[in-house]
Design a binder for this molecule. Structure first.
Ligand SMILES: [Mg+2]
Length: 244
C-alpha cells in the first residue's frame, strides 16, 4: 500500500534504469559476443526477437535507497511482458519489491505518459525519465536523466548518473520536509542544475557492429557495488513463475 506521507517516484525503464539491444532471430548465433559484458544481466526471447538487457550501474542501490522516502512506480512504453520480466528480475535479485504499480504500453499509438494512469497527482510526484517530451502534461515534475545506452557508450560500466539522481532526490526531500507546496519548483530547479552539469558533448553512438567487435570486456572490469549481480539470468523462467 502506498504511504500517503511519502512522495511518489515514477521511474522510466529504457535508457533510464536499463538499456536493451534487440536482435532479430537471424542474429541469435551472435549472442555469445554479448554475454561477456559485465552488466548484461538478462536475455530473453519474445515472439520474434532476442532482447539483451543491460542494467544501469548502481540500480539496486538506487532503488533500495529511494524506497525509503518514496512510493515507487514504473512507467514504460515497453510491452506488458517486457515490463514484467525486467521488474521481476530486478526485484528477485534484490529480494525486495518496493513497487506499488507498473504501467506498460497498452496502445502503441500513444506517445505521451500520463500520471493519472497510475492514479497519481502532480502535487507530490517526481518523475525520472530520459525523455521529457513524453511528459508534456507535467513537465515540471520530471528530472531528465542522462540516457544510459549500455555498450554503445565508452565507460558505460562506470556510469554513475543514478548516484547523482539519488543525491538530488535527497536534496528535494530535505526541502520538501520544510516546504511541501514548493515541490514542483524544487524539482524544476534541480533538473535545470543537473541537465546543465551534464551538457558536455558526447561521442557518436557505437553501432551493433562496433559492439560486437569490442567484445573483450571481462567481469573483473566491472568493480561496482553490484558486481555480484552482473550475471545472466533465466528471465523467461522467472517470468513464467511470476504468473503461476
Ligand atoms: Mg526511456
Amino acid at each position: 500500500m502506498a504511504d500517503p506521507g511519502k512522495k511518489n517516484l515514477v521511474l522510466d525503464l529504457d535508457d533510464t534504469l536499463i538499456y536493451t539491444i534487440v536482435l532479430n532471430k537471424s542474429d541469435h548465433a551472435n549472442i555469445g559476443k554479448y554475454s561477456c559484458y559485465p552488466n548484461m544481466l538478462v536475455q530473453f526471447d519474445d515472439m520474434v526477437c532476442r532482447n539483451i538487457v543491460y542494467f544501469r550501474p548502481h540500480v539496486f542501490e538506487f532503488i533500495r535507497k529511494v524506497a525509503i522516502n518514496h512510493n515507487l512506480y514504473v512507467y514504460t512504453h515497453g510491452t506488458e511482458m517486457y515490463c514484467k520480466i525486467i521488474v521481476s528480475v530486478l526485484t528477485n535479485l534484490m529480494n525486495f519489491n518496493p513497487f506499488e504499480k507498473m504501467y506498460w504500453r497498452v496502445d502503441g499509438n500513444v506517445i505521451t505518459k500520463d500520471l493519472a494512469l497510475l492514479g497519481l497527482s502532480s502535487h507530490n510526484t517526481i518523475i525520472i525519465d530520459d525523455n521529457h517530451k513524453v511528459w508534456s502534461a507535467t513537465p515540471d515534475n520530471v528530472i531528465v536523466i542522462k540516457p544510459y545506452q549500455g555498450p554503445k557508450r565508452d565507460n558505460y560500466t562506470t556510469d554513475n548518473e543514478l548516484l547523482k539522481i539519488l543525491t538530488i532526490l535527497n536534496e528535494i526531500h530535505a526541502t520538501y520536509l520544510v516546504s511541501p507546496d514548493l515541490i514542483s519548483e524544487i524539482i524544476k530547479v534541480k533538473n535545470i542544475e543537473y541537465v546543465t552539469s551534464n551538457s558536455e558533448a558526447t561521442k557518436p553512438d557505437k553501432t551493433i557492429c562496433d559492439i560486437e567487435k569490442d567484445n573483450k570486456i571481462t567481469k573483473t572490469e566491472a568493480e561496482t557495488d553490484d558486481t555480484d549481480y552482473w550475471k545472466k539470468y533465466d528471465a523467461l523462467h522467472m517470468f513464467n513463475e511470476w504468473y503461476t
